[in-house]
Design a protein around this ligand. Structure first.
Ligand code: 5GP
Ligand code: MN
Ligand code: MN
Length: 476
């Protein structure tokens, strides 16, 4: 992309001044090389988002941003309901509440090395993965309704995990304001057998070891130390979230004109927050958040069962669980005024700084863990939210490395079998039901995650705490 179009705010912040129908500027956080390599579409899409009614401050793109449906992936936008603000299904993404949770294990990496192939096989056997994979849980309609209201708290009540887990989940494991009635029969049907499953492609359960600590104080507060092992789980709301996204995008696109909204791009389908459809979407989307939280909680339980079998000394404790595809009602100071905003994060991680009242007591002093995937063959990172992040991006940071090429392109460039073998030679064991899926997720198909997190750090969105590298990866 042509970087001369931007006003350079700093080495890691670039602004497009409002022009045409833009109500606010568009701001991209990236270093010069990341920006130059970024898809032109990111600037176009971020500018389109800046045209939506009620948008506040600016439309943002994170350093891992790439082209998405309507909104860029890596996009952040906040709307004020009292100023005609909108909610957009495309601003949340299809995999509602997709996110990452990281568990501490109390194990040293040498303990894993001793049993690595057996652990990989046992995890692969114990964690349902792959397109359309089904689990052992089958929900009747009333149970589905309870799950959609209860989230991870529902799962814990059913003995998937421990009450202490809830403390360390966004929203304490249960998203308020969920409306199971707003979730269609088709969405429920798709989810009936999919609880406790990883899904496909980009979703993973990974055993990782910490290879570098950047901030010893915060790392200590998080319980992280070099050489220690953690487990990260990345997945979302499976078929249910996807169905909700699909249905509401269609419905919002049709309804937009009736609401007097002139869409710069049909894919930006949205509705006023105060409209009937806007409220119905928020209720369904919050139910899907609960579905994702319950799903990651059940997967945690399954992972604990496998570890108890293979490595009985392990004690899997939750560091944190945070989503990167949501619309959340949050209070933020804008123009010196404390306002309630609807913050859309699509492929962007919430990153609250130290002292934020929504953080659990044990983390409040240091800030929220920000959990960033890299790829199955490179590092991933743990960062911490900052206070300046509020002014910069409504407390949001990147969510991964971000794709550098499409899945389709990647499957033409790499072979799954060769990748699995290469990674095994480097001590990384991949288990996946789909070699084609593995090829689509080749490490080379992603941007350089180290650059992306460094740019997030330098921009002040979140600060580097620790680097982890994969040992075992169960890929969907
Ligand atoms: P998304 O939510 O956009 O599908 O993916 C989030 C991020 O996860 C991607 O941008 C990518 O950097 C990362 N990722 C994808 N596959 C893997 C994997 O197998 N292991 C790790 N550690 N990260 C991955
Ligand atoms: Mn997802
Ligand atoms: Mn995701």
């Amino acid at each position: 992309m042509d970087i001369n179009r931007f006003t350079k705010v700093s080495d890691t912040a670039w602004r497009l001044e409002p022009q045409g129908a833009m109500r606010v500027p568009a701001v991209i956080y990236a270093d010069e090389a990341l920006l130059a390599d970024m898809d032109d579409k990111v600037a176009e899409q971020a500018s389109n988002v800046a045209m939506l009614p009620g948008i506040v401050q600016a439309s943002y793109a994170m350093p891992d941003a790439h082209w998405g449906y309507g909104f860029p992936i890596g996009g952040v936008a906040a709307f004020d309901a009292e100023q005609g603000g909108v909610v957009s299904a495309g601003g949340v993404g299809f995999d509602v509440s997709c996110g990452v949770r990281t568990l501490l294990t109390g194990l040293d990496h040498r303990a894993i090395e001793a049993v690595q192939p057996r652990l990989a096989d046992a995890l692969f056997a114990g964690i349902p993965a792959g397109l359309g994979s089904t689990g052992q849980i089958h929900l009747r309609d009333q149970q589905m309704t309870d799950m959609l209201r209860g989230g991870a708290a529902w799962a814990v009540e059913r003995s998937f995990g421990q009450p202490e887990d809830l403390e360390r989940i966004e929203e304490r494991g249960q998203m308020a304001g969920a409306d199971p009635e707003a979730v269609s029969q088709q969405a429920r049907k798709r989810q009936r057998n999919e609880m406790g499953t990883l899904g496909s492609g980009n979703h993973y359960l990974e055993v990782q070891h910490i290879t570098r600590v950047f901030d010893p104080d915060v790392a200590a507060a998080f319980g992280l130390a070099e050489g220690q092992v953690v487990v990260s789980i990345h997945c979302g709301s499976r078929g249910l979230g996807h169905q909700i996204g699909t249905e509401f995008l269609r419905e919002m696109a049709i309804a937009a004109q009736g609401h007097g909204i002139d869409l710069p791009d049909r894919e930006l389908a949205c509705a006023p927050i105060h409209s009937e459809i806007g409220q119905r979407y928020l209720g369904a989307m919050r139910a899907a958040i609960n579905c994702a939280l319950a799903n990651r909680q059940i997967l945690t339980h399954l992972a604990r069962e496998v570890f108890a079998e293979v490595l009985p000394d392990a004690n899997l404790r939750l560091l944190y669980d945070v989503s990167h595809n949501t619309c959340k009602t949050e209070r933020h100071v804008v123009d010196g005024r404390d306002r309630e905003l609807y913050v859309h994060r699509k492929g962007a991680t919430r990153a609250f700084g130290p002292g934020h009242p929504d953080l659990p007591e044990a983390l409040r002093g240091v800030g929220q863990p920000v959990l960033i995937g890299g790829s199955m063959g490179t590092a991933s990172y743990i960062l911490v939210g900052t206070n300046e992040g509020e002014r910069l991006s409504f407390n949001s940071a990147c969510h991964g490395a971000g794709r550098a090429m499409s899945r389709h392109q990647a499957t033409r460039q790499w072979r799954g079998r060769a990748l699995v073998d290469e990674l095994a030679a480097r001590g990384i064991l991949i288990r996946s039901p789909s070699l084609r899926g593995v090829a689509g997720e080749a490490p080379g198909a992603y941007k350089d995650v180290s650059r992306v997190v460094q740019a997030s750090h330098d921009a002040g969105l979140a600060r580097l705490v620790a680097r982890v590298e994969p040992m075992v990866c169960i890929k969907g």
